[in-house]
Design a protein around this ligand. Structure first.
Ligand SMILES: [Zn+2]
Length: 78
């Protein structure tokens, strides 16, 4: 999948432009704690979960199970 439609109708591009302006990388404190000292950026990158923020509505789409799974959507309150 290279893109999907947000619930607001906005288009979320998962691939294409690098770095992706809609993509954020998140990592748990526990996973981050496994890295010590000077680290390999690629290693940190691979340990991260990908999240996309819709520029139209601010919904967050998190790929908790990697890109093989479906993203979970979080809607800003109010
Ligand atoms: Zn949206």
């Amino acid at each position: 999948m290279t893109k999907f439609e947000c619930a607001c109708g906005g288009l979320i591009r998962v691939s294409g432009e690098i770095p992706n302006p809609l993509e954020w990388k998140i990592i748990s404190d526990g996973d981050f704690d496994r890295f010590q000292g000077a680290v390999d950026a690629e290693g940190v990158y691979l340990a991260c979960t990908s999240m996309f923020r819709c520029p139209g509505c601010g919904r967050l789409w998190v790929y908790w199970d990697g890109f093989e799974g479906s993203p979970v959507c979080y809607v800003p309150e109010g």
